[in-house]
Design a protein around this ligand. Structure first.
Ligand SMILES: *[C@@H]1O[C@H](CO)[C@@H](O)[C@H](O)[C@H]1NC(C)=O
Ligand SMILES: *[C@@H]1O[C@H](CO)[C@@H](O)[C@H](O)[C@H]1NC(C)=O
Ligand SMILES: *[C@@H]1O[C@H](CO)[C@@H](O)[C@H](O)[C@H]1NC(C)=O
Ligand SMILES: *[C@@H]1O[C@H](CO)[C@@H](O)[C@H](O)[C@H]1NC(C)=O
Ligand SMILES: *[C@@H]1O[C@H](CO)[C@@H](O)[C@H](O)[C@H]1NC(C)=O
Ligand SMILES: *[C@@H]1O[C@H](CO)[C@@H](O)[C@H](O)[C@H]1NC(C)=O
Ligand SMILES: *[C@@H]1O[C@H](CO)[C@@H](O)[C@H](O)[C@H]1NC(C)=O
Ligand SMILES: *[C@@H]1O[C@H](CO)[C@@H](O)[C@H](O)[C@H]1NC(C)=O
Ligand SMILES: *[C@@H]1O[C@H](CO)[C@@H](O)[C@H](O)[C@H]1NC(C)=O
Length: 405
């Protein structure tokens, strides 16, 4: 049953309920996959510009890239095109005068809603919801404040929120019942020390047990006026059966853990790492990258393997579809990789953001995989991409909730 009357406050500033559903020109283009590693030799690189702006060393190659530069869907593999319907389009469903849609991207499938958070402005941030049936945008009225929310995950009827707190409220993982607004703190400390600023959270079920993983970075101090970190950055595993919180990945393995998801089978844990020196060839000791771990039947990760680098910038928000494809929010757009790491294609940031936003260094962080839709959180806009097929199934499966045990 849908609870339309749940305590909500409408965001009056957003143009949403009766927004003209603008449909952009249909457009997808396929480039040969060799373009990603072989260009005529006198090409010009510029890490500040999108891949498709590369002057590719011959007029024909440059023209091919340029022709794709603003096309919404850019494929390097037929598998990406097969996800799209004919005439795939970006549908604008919300457009505001300030950035409000940036992080989280959680599909609450039984309410057909996407829960998300904005960028931190003036040290504060809040939860927002878009109803995919009506495209109404609202702020959920939670029973206690969820202080400076960031990433999140929907697990067995509860929206789990990684929240960065502030100087007086400790960073924490919250649970929120989307039907009632009831909210509570799940985890907020390790032997009396605050978390640093939970970034993203996910769950997996293994047999009768379920485990929660979250990434922790000094976000509270960096963005929310919070305290300086006392704990090392880490990936944590919470075991509600054993009432145990354990660090499972150290900062020497993942320097700045950010996005985190488990595959549907519960066998792989993916984590993005986003150290400050974004560009490759930097003097840092850590890379901005996606890593994959094997996950055992007790929810312990091991066998770290480098999975991919962002084309530029960082890989931030991370989602895994039921076929094991890995979707990440990156500077050039929403990048889709096969489970073996091939970049299959991307939803082009140049079509999602205003050129001025791209040039000002803003980039996409996150989005939601919502059944047969991708809901793109593009700062001052929300776009919906209708896919040809369901890539995550409702009913609690999808995005890693399942487990082969
Ligand atoms: C939010 O919930 C509180 C208590 O549950 C209630 O007093 C308040 O009126 C609600 N606000 C809105 C805007 O629904
Ligand atoms: C690289 O691109 C940036 C952004 O467009 C531009 O400002 C800069 O001049 C370019 N650098 C070179 C060496 O072309
Ligand atoms: C470049 O493209 C033109 C027009 O499609 C074609 O005639 C020409 O042979 C191409 N040149 C090369 C070197 O591929
Ligand atoms: C795609 O769009 C073009 C131009 O708008 C139209 O002619 C064509 O019929 C459309 N094809 C499909 C399959 O909808
Ligand atoms: C979003 O709204 C702004 C201000 O009303 C308008 O200028 C802009 O064209 C809109 N964006 C799109 C993609 O419709
Ligand atoms: C942030 O704070 C500045 C200075 O107090 C204020 O002018 C601005 O309106 C605030 N922005 C938001 C979104 O609250
Ligand atoms: C922290 O957040 C809580 C809940 O929103 C608020 O009441 C409190 O004033 C905030 N503390 C600071 C120092 O901003
Ligand atoms: C798991 O659940 C099954 C069925 O409910 C039960 O028979 C079994 O004892 C449980 N195993 C554990 C380890 O709790
Ligand atoms: C090392 O990298 C940092 C971050 O990118 C940069 O600020 C610093 O100047 C670099 N130092 C050297 C010696 O290149």
């Amino acid at each position: 049953m849908r609870l339309q009357s749940f305590h909500l406050s409408l965001l009056g500033i957003l143009i949403c309920t009766d927004f003209p559903r603008q449909v952009f020109a249909a457009s997808a283009v396929q480039l040969d996959s060799s373009t990603t590693y072989l260009l005529p030799m006198n090409f010009h690189e510029n890490v500040s510009e999108p891949f498709l702006s590369t002057k590719a060393g011959s007029p024909n190659s440059t023209a091919r890239l340029k022709a794709a530069a603003n096309v919404p869907f850019v494929a390097f593999d037929q598998e990406f095109l097969d996800l799209l319907p004919p005439n795939a389009s970006l549908k604008l469903v919300a457009n505001a005068s300030y950035p409000f849609a940036d992080e989280m991207g959680v599909w609450v499938w039984d309410r057909n809603e996407v829960w998300f958070t904005g960028p931190t402005i003036n040290e504060s941030n809040y939860l927002t919801v878009v109803d995919l049936d009506t495209m109404r945008v609202y702020k959920p009225n939670t029973s206690i404040p969820v202080v400076n929310p960031n990433g999140g995950y929907y697990h067995e009827g509860i929206v789990y929120v990684a929240a960065d707190g502030n100087a007086t409220s400790a960073p924490a993982i919250y649970g929120v019942d989307p039907n009632t607004g009831e909210a509570w703190v799940v985890v907020d400390s390790y032997f009396g020390l605050r978390l640093n600023g939970p970034n993203d959270v996910t769950w997996t079920n293994c047999g009768n047990a379920s485990y929660m993983f979250f990434t922790d970075d000094p976000l509270s101090a960096l963005y929310n006026g919070g305290l300086l970190p006392q704990l090392p950055d880490a990936v944590w595993r919470f075991d509600p059966q054993q009432k145990t919180l354990l660090p499972v990945i150290d900062q020497s393995d993942i320097s700045v853990p950010n996005g985190i998801r488990v595959n549907k089978e519960g066998t792989k844990l993916y984590v993005t790492s986003t150290p400050a020196s974004y560009n490759y060839g930097s003097n840092g000791t850590a890379s901005s990258a996606i890593y994959v771990f094997d996950l055992d039947q007790n929810g312990f990760p091991s066998g770290q393997r480098l999975f991919g680098f962002a084309q530029r910038g960082i890989s931030d928000g991370l989602h895994i579809d039921d076929a094991g494809r890995v979707w990440t929010g990156e500077a050039d757009g929403i990048v889709v990789r096969s489970s073996s790491g091939k970049v299959l294609g991307f939803i082009n940031a140049m079509a999602l953001l205003d050129a001025s936003e791209v040039l000002a260094g803003y980039s996409l962080q996150n989005f939601a995989l919502a059944g047969d839709k991708v809901v793109v959180l593009a700062l001052d806009k929300i776009w919906v991409v209708q896919l040809a097929t369901h890539i995550v199934k409702c009913g609690g499966l999808g995005q890693g909730e399942g487990c082969l045990s």
